[in-house]
Design a protein around this ligand. Structure first.
Ligand code: HXC
Length: 532
């Protein structure tokens, strides 16, 4: 326990009676509070390869801009020896500052104080800074490094979590909420991060799980390490809980700053517009050759995206999770856009459960924060099989449909090659309230691919034919000729235009400008019932 009191310090500024001046006392107290749980604990934190809460905030924010508040808050508990473990500031550092000159609020759990465990007053500090962020319409960043509920405080700590979860939920869609996991996040504590928009995990030090390895072992018999159970790689690729990983804390802070550069401060603002440094009408003939003619040949849709957006600058979100769909942020003509694209080189770009969830969540984020959507379509359909059906592909796929229909931001789509069946409808089709729908000349917009279609509608004719292989080939050619092109859809206005791939950027820039003042709304309701 440290209570920096005036009589412990020496100062030249003592008055005649030998007491420190009030200012010196304040300074001494503040300096001592900066040490959190004390020097030994700070050293132990560094030995674990982790920065302290205050070091983290100083590096995350613009230099010297972070202002800490509630430095002198202490807990009031006396149970189980807590009266002898009282630290100024308790187990979290809160405050505000600027990132790229824009106002941002933050809290960082201080592991040096009782393992960063959440006391009633620590929860009070966190909810205080969340309330400030909401009232002033600025993003909030939470840096998590905590042993969870402060065991000695029991129900008061749990209630504190409840207060935080409530605010996370009420702030959802109002201000961007970003989480950095830079230490343990265990038990119900993980639900605050899970309610935020983006989770970053620092490799090696960030771990999230509902129950730790010991409980897992006793309940299921599984032997699993902390890292295997809830490390950054697992959550970024398998569970999809984390959106980003970073190899170090500094790399993580740089990534968070970059993400914020794409986001408005709140849902009443537009995302920041920058002076375009890339020519709006830049055509790129290389786009004519990126997508192979053969419908089954893979290619990297990143090559399409980077040739179209400003300065080839694209920030993928959820990069390692459900790689068969790519989502992320970029700029077009200096304006922020959200991109959703089927990735042909992963499972042929098919939509499965994870891809549907990933796409739907991103579309809803963009819609909530006024970010126009651009969708690049090359999708053979939904993934077949018992694994997907039993997992509820119907329910999950419906989320993506729901998200696109609900989104009222400007919506543009470009069909690059295949757009078959239900997957054609899902991927920002005209019928889902998309504004501008374009197709490349080689695209095939149909209920299904030619081979699959002929297998269904030509079964009898093929069986009856003298040369069934020749009959099948003839029917496939005929189907391809009639349906597997963009012109049937364009004839009916489902597609607004068929364009030269080289002109995709200029066409999208024109459409985005045209849609700048788009106003759209939903029928009045309390809220919809997205199929969760
Ligand atoms: C009080 C805690 C604490 C906690 C850690 N400490 N967790 N104090 N409440 N929850 C203290 C330790 O006693 C220790 O103090 C100091 O913090 C550092 O912890 P260590 O164990 O030495 O650190 P390390 O070895 O790095 O292990 C970190 C850890 C471990 C993995 C987080 O401490 C741990 O398992 N803690 C308990 C986790 C847990 O079960 N939490 C409750 C989850 S349930 P001393 O003085 O001895 O150094 C929950 C419910 C939330 O959170 C519900 C929300 C609805």
């Amino acid at each position: 326990m440290r209570y920096p009191i005036a009589t412990e310090s020496k100062s030249d500024a003592s008055d005649e009676s030998g007491h420190l001046s009030k200012l010196d006392a304040l300074e001494a107290r503040r300096t001592a509070a900066q040490l959190g749980g004390g020097e030994a604990r700070v050293e132990a934190q560094h030995k674990r390869g982790k920065l302290t809460a205050r070091e983290r905030l100083a590096r995350l924010f613009d230099e010297g801009s972070f202002t800490e508040t509630d430095t002198f808050v202490t807990h009031r508990s006396t149970d189980l020896g807590l009266d002898k473990q009282r630290f100024e500031g308790d187990s979290v550092v809160i405050g505000y500052g600027t990132i790229d000159g824009r106002s941002v609020f933050a809290y960082a759990q201080d592991f040096t104080v009782l393992g960063g465990s959440l006391s009633q007053v620590a929860a009070g500090k966190i909810t205080k800074v969340m309330d400030h962020a909401m009232r002033t319409g600025a993003p909030i960043i939470g840096i998590n490094d905590s042993g969870g509920a402060r065991i000695q405080e029991g129900i008061d700590s749990l209630a504190g979590y409840g207060e935080i979860f409530k605010r996370n939920t009420l702030a959802s869609g109002v201000i961007p909420q970003i989480t950095i996991i830079a230490g343990p996040a265990a038990g119900g504590a993980v639900y605050s991060p899970a309610l935020t928009d983006f989770i970053y995990m620092v490799e090696g030090i960030g771990q999230m799980y509902i129950t730790g390895p010991d409980v897992v072992k006793s309940v299921t018999g599984e032997d699993v390490s902390h890292e295997e159970l809830g490390g950054a790689a697992v959550h970024a690729s398998q569970s999809g809980v984390a959106h980003f990983t970073a190899e170090s804390e500094d790399a993580c802070f740089a990534d968070v700053r970059r993400l914020l550069s794409f986001l408005p401060s709140n849902n009443a603002e537009s995302p920041p517009v920058v002076d375009p440094t890339d020519t709006p009408d830049r055509a790129d003939p290389a786009l004519r050759d990126v997508v192979p003619d053969a419908a089954s040949q893979p290619y990297d849709v990143m090559d399409v995206i980077t040739k179209i957006v400003d300065n080839a600058d694209f920030l993928p979100v959820h990069h390692n999770f459900a790689p068969n769909i790519v989502v992320g942020l970029a700029r077009l003509d200096g304006r922020v856009i959200g991109i959703v694209a089927n990735q042909a080189n992963q499972m042929a770009g098919m939509l499965d459960i994870d891809a549907s969830d990933k796409g739907a969540r991103f579309v809803r984020f963009c819609d909530a924060f006024n970010i126009p959507l651009v969708t690049f379509v090359d999708v053979p359909g939904f993934m077949p099989g018992t694994q997907q059906e039993y997992g509820g592909i119907i329910r999950h796929g419906a989320k993506l449909l729901y998200a696109y229909v609900e989104a009222s931001v400007p919506k543009m789509a470009v069909i690059l090659r295949k757009a078959y069946g239900g997957a054609y409808i899902v991927m920002s089709s005209k019928e889902l309230r998309s504004d501008v729908n374009l197709a490349w000349p080689g695209s095939e917009i149909a209920v299904m691919g030619p081979e699959g279609a002929v297998n269904v509608i030509g079964r009898r004719a093929i069986a009856d034919a003298e040369d069934s292989d020749a009959k099948r080939a003839e029917m496939v050619d005929d189907y391809r000729e009639r349906f597997a092109n963009p012109y049937v859809a364009a004839n009916r206005g489902y597609i607004d235009d068929v364009i030269d791939p080289a002109q995709t950027r200029p066409e999208l820039v024109k459409a985005l400008r045209m849609l700048e003042n788009k106003v759209d709304s939903l029928p009045p309701k309390k809220h919809g019932n997205i199929p969760l």
